[in-house]
Design a protein around this ligand. Structure first.
Ligand code: KIV
Ligand code: ZN
Length: 554
């Protein structure tokens, strides 16, 4: 087999001058004009292209998200695409503030058919392209640079002529397809020749779309190519420079962002980067990257689960659990230290009533994309620690474990997940808490307790052993719980000290329950128990009973 070193050479061309102004900038300060190409580039890459009705539903979703420019197809390429376009126009499905875009090769009969397809539409961008790269010129078209430029100019001329004849105000877009494999000076020459035909004006701008048809270099190379075009295109005030990156090297988003820094005004891309081969630029990520830096993207992904569900349904494609902002696991923290930091960050945020977001490990607030803290963020498995376990119990069930008890509960959860090799959901975690700490009744329970106040508190406690035997024991203490504890010590002949006692209300309202947590230290080990009841003392006694039972059990 030939070695890669002998087989591959770089396929791109740097501009003839230094174009690195973009590299001095650290952020994109405003959102580009977005154009969705899901229904064209995205659709043409699907194993099973979408049906007409599915495309209509997808179109509606794109409108709902906020796209104002939507490439709806290549109407001259197939009957389905033609019919879809006609359905949009004839059924009046295109909102007045949305412009549809149609793609056509720079060939006369295709352009004519495209114009037939758009008749009656209000706002249209006619997007004409021809390939300009060295590889395409030499291998596919076998034409000279002049001949290729003529194809572009002839196409542009026909677009103008047919638009004038129709008395329409269609907008025009030209793409030197395979731009990134084209010498920048030559791409510029072709684009400027097209612009000379169109004579764009600031109130009727032309779009020059510069596709990385195949991503063949690092994103900073694309940025240099874009900056060169941005600086040298004629009629610049009357031209929208548009990016159309593909993702062959996995840098479609980076290339888009660098291209915006380099002067581009517009981006063509798809939801989640669906598209030919490795896909198009992922507009969801680009938009959310802007959002996470405080720039309003102009696209609404506040209900991401809704968008992902529809996208999967329409395209039949999956979404990786790691897909930025949208994947199932992108906010999930399993590791103990991350969970701890997130839980502390959230608490700090609440305490300080912060409005700005800077919680560790969470690039954005999951709520902003319709995700939940308890089910999506702190996820419990054998990697998790006490912080995460405590956080989930508190968020989902209002159980605020004392710090040292969290540790004990954390070990239980770790062990349970280790044994089952499974994640523990909040309800499973609560069930574990219940069985380990809340209802620990292996050896005995306590029935009626009566208290008298003489020299402290005297409690008479009914001890019920597991075989049903009932005995009443009396003891005195400096409080009710202490008195019950002394009675139990006397009955079982054991010694321990109460080391931790906390309680809080569990639910609000007239039927509020109290939950108590008690730790008992026996022979150097602390055992925990919890108890609930509408009466605080009873909840404390239950907690104590659980803790002592646990000490017998272990
Ligand atoms: O990737 C590409 O070059 C295209 C053009 C038709 C714009 O999709
Ligand atoms: Zn494309």
């Amino acid at each position: 087999m030939m070695k890669g070193t002998e087989k591959y050479r770089k396929q791109y061309f740097l501009p003839p001058e230094r174009c690195m102004d973009w590299a001095e900038k650290d952020a994109v300060l405003r959102a580009p004009v977005w154009c969705s190409v899901d229904l064209r580039d995205g659709n043409q890459a699907l194993v099973e292209p979408m049906s007409l009705e599915t495309k209509i539903e997808f179109f509606r979703l794109l409108v709902e998200i906020g796209f104002k420019e939507i490439e709806v197809g290549f109407p001259a390429a197939s009957e389905t695409e033609y019919e879809f376009l006609r359905a949009l126009i004839d059924r009046d499905l295109i909102p007045d503030d949305v412009t549809i875009q149609v793609l056509t090769q720079a060939r006369e009969h295709i352009i004519r058919k495209t114009f037939e397809a758009i008749s009656g539409a209000k706002n249209v961008i006619v997007h004409v392209y021809n390939s300009t790269s060295v590889a395409q010129r030499e291998q596919v078209f076998r034409k000279s640079k002049e001949e290729i430029r003529k194809i572009a100019v002839d196409g542009a001329t026909l677009l103008k002529k047919l638009t004038d004849e129709a008395g329409a105000r269609y907008r025009f877009e030209y793409s030197p397809e395979s731009f990134t494999g084209t010498e920048p000076e030559y791409a510029l020459e072709v684009c400027n020749a097209v612009l000379d035909v169109w004579q764009p004006t600031p109130d009727r701008k032309a779009i020059v779309n510069l596709p990385a048809t195949v991503e063949n270099a690092m994103p900073h190379v694309y940025a240099q190519q874009i900056e060169y075009m941005h600086k040298h295109l004629k009629y610049r005030d009357s031209v929208m420079v548009s990016l159309h990156p593909h993702n062959d090297r996995g840098c479609g988003v980076a290339a888009s962002e660098f291209g915006l820094l380099a002067g581009a005004d517009r981006i063509e891309g798809t939801l989640f980067g669906n598209g030919e081969r490795t896909g198009n630029a992922d507009v969801v990520t680009i938009a959310m990257n802007l959002y996470s830096q405080g720039v309003e993207p102009g696209l609404n992904f506040s209900d991401m689960p809704y968008v992902t569900a529809l996208y999967k349904k329409f395209t039949g494609m999956g979404i990786s659990p790691r897909q930025p902002y949208a994947g199932e696991l992108v906010f999930a923290a399993f590791s103990g230290s991350h969970q701890d930091a997130i839980a502390k960050g959230m608490k700090y945020r609440e305490e300080k009533s912060l409005t700005e977001w800077n919680v560790p490990y969470l690039p954005i607030d999951p709520h902003d994309v319709g995700r939940e803290y308890d089910s999506d963020v702190i996820r419990i498995n054998s990697q998790s620690g006490k912080g995460g376990v405590g956080y989930v119990l508190e968020q989902a069930y209002g159980v605020k474990l004392p710090a040292r008890m969290k540790e004990a509960m954390g070990y239980c959860a770790k062990h349970a997940s280790d044994v089952s090799h499974k994640e523990l959901k909040a309800d499973e975690l609560y069930a574990l808490f219940e069985s380990e700490f809340l209802n620990a009744r292996g050896v005995f329970d306590v029935g009626e307790c009566h208290y008298r106040q003489v020299d402290g508190i005297t409690a008479s406690v009914e001890v019920i052993e597991s075989d049903g035997k009932r005995t009443v024991v009396e003891a005195t203490g400096n409080g009710r719980l202490d008195a019950v504890s002394n009675a139990l010590k006397k009955y079982f002949g054991i010694a321990y000290t109460l080391t931790g006692y906390e309680q809080h209300a569990l639910t609000s309202g007239s039927f509020a329950q109290a939950i108590s947590y008690v730790g008992v230290e026996r022979d150097g080990t602390v055992y925990w128990g919890a108890g609930t009841h509408t009466d605080i003392i009873r909840s404390s006694v239950r907690a104590l009973v659980s803790a002592i039972n646990n000490s017998f059990r272990k």
